[in-house]
Design a protein around this ligand. Structure first.
Ligand code: SAH
Ligand code: SF4
Ligand code: F3S
Length: 472
């Protein structure tokens, strides 16, 4: 009988990718993904440690799950609770102590071993303390950074959902920004070999995917080996993926300003499938703060990179991440961030209050910024960013853009797609289907989405069967 699996994903796109992969790994064991934790045979929380709030959520969710687990135990149907991802990596054994009803704690680099862990958890569950282990140490812990990459052990991508898919090409981070946990939770930087990436891209496209988003904590630090043993950078990798039959759109995230090289800039000018949208976090507009953050670049270098990118691709839309209230951030430092935002002009952005993370260098810095100052700065920054996003959407009205339809809309006869600049666009159509690309005239905009009407097909981008349908 099929067993029910419930996975809850927190954090970044890499966790979304990992959750999909965990579901694929567990499929041969009979686990079928569902959307209800209450009656699941196995629940996985794929966690994020990036800010305090993100981590806190995990323990409150675990508290709720414990009740379901107890209830199911009384009914004689056990529930396996696994905690994966970055909180699991950071807390390890501590998590098993704090929440002893958790069966498995595993890190982001070991989930290819999940079937083994599940088997061990079941054994531990049926034979309490059999191996001489104390009952509260029965949980399975695997937070290693194995020498063998998990990617060498993952199954083929057969169960593809949707037309837009994530594809992790790079893992970990060697940058050690002083505020950030990622180098500790994800481990050292690692690039997947080119052939492996191309193979996974092909599998996804065979499964109906039209848009690939290449992922990495530092995706543009990518330097995978090709078939000849040579190192390939992200620009060259994008070119090779673009050459695959059926790939209509390529995006990548998250990039570090220090790793934007000439080949990547050229790729934005030369490769049609590479979308004119780039998430390029700067964090702060103050050189002093950038230095304290150990970002390895200053404001002038960031602006120069943006200028070179825009010279290659004038309509490039930029998005960004910001942290306000980093220790020692003065009013003048914050004003410099606002100034940078005004200078660059972002089409969307994420902004966060600095959150001191245990074990990171910045957590111990003097001059931590009071919470109310952070609140006030965040509100001002977000108001400016919101203004820029709305202005960009308003400028799009009147243009005709290629829209890739991703899902049905809320109303019958409506599809929702994305513009090249990553804007959500609602279109009324009965002719086109999810997976098609159409030319859409943008008629109006709401704060976070656009509306348009079909004015033609993005012919070269149509799926073969759709082309026939439209001709008929
Ligand atoms: N590798 C990416 C960022 C990954 S983390 C980069 O270098 O830009 C995603 C975002 O979370 C970061 O860009 C940063 O803005 C935010 N972030 C990371 N650590 C944080 C912390 N301690 N407090 C607040 N925001 C943080
Ligand atoms: Fe974190 Fe900095 Fe690495 Fe980004 S580059 S993941 S912010 S340490
Ligand atoms: Fe969070 Fe880990 Fe991603 S800390 S942002 S889930 S890399």
């Amino acid at each position: 009988m099929a067993k029910k699996l419930f996975i809850k994903t927190y954090g970044c796109q890499m966790n979304v990718y990992d959750s999909a992969r965990m579901a694929e790994i567990l499929a041969p064991l009979g686990y079928v993904p569902g959307d209800n934790p209450e009656d699941a045979d196995m629940v996985i929380l794929n966690t994020c440690h990036i800010r305090e709030k993100a981590s806190d959520k995990v323990y409150s969710e675990l508290g709720r799950l414990r009740k379901s687990k107890d209830r199911r135990a009384e009914e004689g149907s056990p529930m396996v609770i696994a905690v994966a991802g970055c909180v699991a990596q950071a807390e390890g054994e501590e998590m098993l102590r704090r929440a002893p009803y958790v069966d498995i704690v595993l890190g982001p680099q070991t989930y290819h071993r999940l079937p083994e862990m599940v088997a061990r958890a079941h054994r531990a569950g049926s034979g309490a303390g059999k191996d001489g282990e104390a009952p509260n140490q029965r949980g399975v812990l695997d937070t290693e950074f194995p020498v063998d990459s998990k990617f060498d052990h993952l199954p083929e991508r057969r169960q593809v959902n949707g037309v837009s898919a994530f594809l992790s090409i790079q893992e970990g981070c060697d940058k050690f920004c002083t505020f950030c946990v990622v180098p500790y939770t994800r481990g050292a930087e690692f690039s997947r070999p080119v052939a492996q990436v191309l193979e996974e891209a092909r599998q996804l496209v065979d499964g109906g995917v039209r848009e690939l988003t290449l992922l990495g904590q530092n995706v543009n630090a990518y330097h995978g080996e090709d078939e000849a043993g040579d190192e390939v950078g992200l620009g060259a990798l994008v070119a090779r993926i673009a050459a695959l039959e059926g790939v209509a759109r390529i995006r990548y995230t998250t990039s570090h300003p220090r790793d934007v090289d000439d080949a990547l800039i050229a790729a934005h000018g030369n490769i049609d499938a590479l979308m004119p949208f780039l998430h390029l976090p700067v964090q702060s507009g103050s050189d002093r703060i950038l230095e304290a953050m150990n970002r390895g670049h200053d404001v002038a270098q960031y602006l120069d990179t943006v200028a070179r990118l825009r010279a290659a691709r004038p309509d490039l839309a930029l998005s960004c991440d910001f942290i306000v209230g980093f220790p020692g951030e003065s009013d003048a430092d914050f004003e410099a961030t606002l100034e940078l935002v005004r200078t660059v002009g972002f089409t969307m952005a994420y902004s966060f209050k600095y959150s001191a993370r245990p074990g990171t260098p910045a957590a111990g810095l003097p001059r931590q910024v009071p919470e109310e100052v952070k609140d006030e700065r965040l509100a001002r920054l977000q108001a400016l960013l919101e203004e820029q996003q709305q202005a960009f959407n308003a400028e799009t009205v009147g243009r005709t853009l290629d829209i890739l339809f991703e899902r049905p809309g809320r109303h019958p006869g409506q599809l929702v797609g994305r513009s090249p600049y990553n804007q959500a666009v609602h279109v009324a159509t009965t002719e086109y289907r999810v997976g098609d690309i159409a030319k859409v005239a943008i008629d109006s905009c709401k704060p976070h989405s656009l509306e348009g009407r079909i004015v033609g097909s993005g012919a070269a981008h149509l799926r073969e069967d759709s082309e026939e349908r439209l001709r008929a």
